[in-house]
Write a protein that binds this ligand. Sequence first.
Ligand code: SF4
Ligand code: FE
Length: 491
Amino acid sequence: MLMTGEQYIESLRKLNTRVYMFGEKVDNWVDHPIIRPSINCVKVTYDLAQDPEYRDLMTAKSNLTGETVNRFAHLHQSTEDLKNKVKMQRLCGQKTGSCFQRCVGMDAFNAMFSSTYEIDKKYGTKYHENFTNFLKMVQEKDLVVDGAMTDPKGDRGLAPHAQRDKDLFVRIKERRDDGIVVCGAKCHQTGSINSHWHIVMPTQAMREEDADYAVAFACPSDADGMYMIYGRQSCDTRKLEEGADIDLGNAQFGGQEALVVFDDVFIPNEYVFLAGEYEFAGMVVERFAGYHRQSYGGCKVGVGDVLIGAAALAAEYNGAQKASHIKDKLIEMTHLNETLYCCGIACSTEGYPTEAGNYQIDLLLANVCKQNITRFPYEIVRLAEDIAGGLMVTMPAQKDFDSDLPVGRNGETIGEICNKFYAAAPSCTTEQRMRVLRLIENLCLGAAAVGYRTESMHGAGSPQAQRIMIQRQGNIEGKKALAKAIAGIKE
Ligand code: SF4
Ligand code: FE
């Protein structure tokens, strides 16, 4: 059954997820002003699935149950499904101007479904059945699941088992007949607090000595022994201020990242998907990362659409929309943004079925996609800031624009003075101008910059991780053979 957005929010209230922020426990995290925008953002993935205009894109027919499920809980059955995934993410980015967080679960489902199938084939384990049962429950209840991959990693020069502190990678601490006990942590977990469940996966390929670190499992977000420490965002405390809605730039939506700690959490056997088969850790990482690198060719493009629109509005409000260099900058931003979209669509179109039957993206093209994402949004941001002008970072507060404190020689208020000096083209009010500049600030260097700017660099893996994959998948030997054939070089 598909949940409505309201039902999703109510379902979160029933969880006992332990959340800490600014050194204190947050009991009512659902209504906390800093956290709520990120919950609103996930809510959009439910609301759009109910909307007749978007239902086809936002839902799919489950291959497991035959029922209609939210596409965020779907196993991709074709290259059409892969493309629709990217289109759905672009749409959600356009509607929220932010990271809507639900994709990590979707990417984890698809990576674990195919990987567990292949692990079982080799070892006769029951991971695929465990995983499939788990996913059926997720689809039926229309749940949000966080896909947790990134470990703290400690000293990058050392393998997991060689770290001074054994908990720097999530590990199996104890094996029991009925399950495993895990400990460790996952860093900067997108949407972890807003998720009903977590899927935890290894963060890198593992060797035999690290077998206890080759672990994947699912657990409810309020599992005993689990807690989360909220990540700070630029300008986050503006959300606590009264009368500062405009200053937020995007008062409704935002992303969310947290440190998720597993402090001896018991995982029953039925939720274990990998426990020591170390040579499969790399497969899980490669497939999850591949899907998530495809994802960025959708979500970041949708947010890019909002930023390009905001820059065009800022130009118009300044009365500069006819200047040829402004038009050219908007063309350049569009060109860059659509190039990213091309990458997302291309790696989907070139997808192929896995042994388990769901579809995997083309790994080389997905890595090229994400590598471009580590660059183009920075240029798009640079051009947006260029068009917006310095006012986006020097403008007085909403409270000044609203103030009726008389300060002028003739009794003009602070609000009147601000409105007088910040008036621009007659096509807009100063409030409209303030709103669009604050939105640009929000996207380029405020709270949403986590999800647009810096996440473009590090989310789904930092640039070097893609370069390693591009090297592996680039088939230089094959290209050398082409050159030899053309040049007439015979061995
Ligand atoms: Fe989804 Fe993009 Fe956020 Fe990742 S960064 S969770 S792909 S919106
Ligand atoms: Fe991300």
